[in-house]
Design a binder for this molecule. Structure first.
Ligand code: FAD
Length: 385
């Protein structure tokens, strides 16, 4: 029978970052199990690659304050590019309520150590982006170290480093069951046989609830379809622009290759494992795009290049991290609610700390435990795009 010190279920960016952090901390026998023939076929390969510290809760902000410098120095640390582009996030407020919200968030971010986030006036936004329709914009907030990464490249970088330093990756292998004994976790059953282990990490992305159920754990993580529309090459808006968020309706966009990548959270979307792209979405999003950026009326879109993936949603839009109550040896790294790429470095560090030493000083991890739902201690993150 095979054995491992730690088995990680799922080889997306979260499982890969955990494998990297465990291996870098000296854990010699880490096994990542991925059911697909290649990594990145889950949410990671569908991501928009956005990364920001502009959140509303201390725990989300702290996770970004670890992750952003990590991505900025990724190539030096791992010898592999993550393609960090610090072009910033610009939130554009269209009401005094939104502006007060951004100001309150900014105060929290600065208090926690983010140096360069600042409020911007409507006039400054108008000056910098004259092609934005700004008649209703009352101001905003901007952080220049927010930006974008290449999720696929970062995932491969994490896993390659881990594999070069002793971790193993089994592709084409499905975890089918998790076995327990009197001590806790005893083994995982896979399509390639049984693996004896005392520690299992659930890093199964949108499929996390299914994997948790194998160990008898009820996990409130639901898949929610999310669609992205890349445009054809377009040069009538600057390619140096940040991620720009229209707070009146949540529409946001960023430069991507020679065109732009358009995103909008359709409130009509219902939870479920739907990954087909709905062509009707194109008109919905282009209407919002042209409303905020009138020259976007001239955008060309090839529907065949648009795609859909799954967010892994929790009821309070924070991840569920740490040991599963009542199942010694089972660890959860799930429910990133749209932030799993940007928070993968922090998650890897937190999980590695918890598995190897039983504690972490990166965040107060009791806030993120599964027990918060049963104990009614939800910590709502409202800055969700
Ligand atoms: C359209 C879209 C845009 C997004 N934009 C952003 C963004 O801008 N910034 C950001 O930070 N996040 C973004 N996200 C969210 C982000 O992509 C996810 O939170 C992140 O990729 C989750 O990574 P993961 O490794 O947990 O999951 P995944 O990448 O889904 O990996 C989980 C893996 O587990 C495997 N697996 C599942 N069950 C089993 C099993 N039984 N046995 C073996 N393997 C199994 C799956 O095959 C999969 O490869 C976006 C998501 C989508 C869909």
């Amino acid at each position: 029978m095979d054995s491992a010190d730690v088995v990680i279920v799922g080889g997306g960016i979260v499982g890969s970052s955990i494998a990297y952090h465990l291996t870098a901390a000296g854990c010699g026998n880490v096994l990542v199990i991925e059911r697909e023939s290649a990594q990145g076929k889950g949410s990671t390969g569908k991501s928009m690659g956005g990364m920001r510290a502009q959140f509303s809760t201390p725990v989300s902000i702290r996770m970004s304050l670890y992750s952003i410098p990590f991505y900025a120095s990724f190539e030096e640390r791992l010898g592999h590019p993550a393609d960090y582009r610090p072009q910033g996030y610009l939130f554009c407020a269209t009401s005094e309520k939104h502006l007060a919200y951004l100001r309150a968030n900014q105060e929290k971010q600065i208090a926690l150590g983010l140096k360069n986030v600042r409020m911007v006036s409507a006039e400054e936004i108008r000056r910098q982006f004259p092609r934005l329709r700004a008649d209703d914009i009352v101001g905003g907030s901007f952080c220049p170290t927010d930006g974008f990464v290449d999720p696929y490249s970062a995932m491969i970088g994490f896993m390659t480093w881990a594999a070069d330093h002793g971790a193993k990756l089994w592709k084409n292998t499905r975890v089918t069951d998790i076995r327990r004994d009197a001590q806790g976790i005893a083994a995982v059953e896979t399509s390639r046989g049984t693996v004896a282990t005392r520690a299992v990490v659930n890093a199964a992305g949108p499929w996390a609830a299914e994997v948790a159920a194998m160990a008898g754990v009820d996990l409130p993580v639901e898949p929610l379809r999310r669609m992205l529309v890349p445009t054809e090459p377009f040069d009538q808006f600057p390619h140096t622009s940040p991620m720009i968020i229209d707070m009146s309706n949540g529409f946001h966009f960023r430069p991507e290759a020679l065109g732009f990548l358009l995103a909008w959270n359709d409130p009509e979307e219902k939870p479920g494992f739907k990954t087909d792209f709905d062509p009707a979405f194109i008109e919905k999003i282009l209407t919002r795009a042209a409303d905020r950026v009138p020259v976007f009326e001239n955008l060309a879109v090839n529907p065949k290049r648009a795609w859909a993936g799954l967010y892994e949603m929790t009821p309070d839009h924070h991840p569920i991290l740490g040991p599963a109550p009542g199942v010694p040896g089972l660890f959860l790294a799930n429910g990133f609610s749209g932030h799993g790429v940007m928070h993968a470095p922090a998650t890897g560090k937190i999980l590695s700390d918890l598995i190897l030493t039983g504690k972490t000083d990166l965040v107060d991890v009791s806030l993120l435990g599964l027990a918060r739902f049963a104990e009614n201690r939800l910590i709502e993150e409202t800055a969700v795009l």
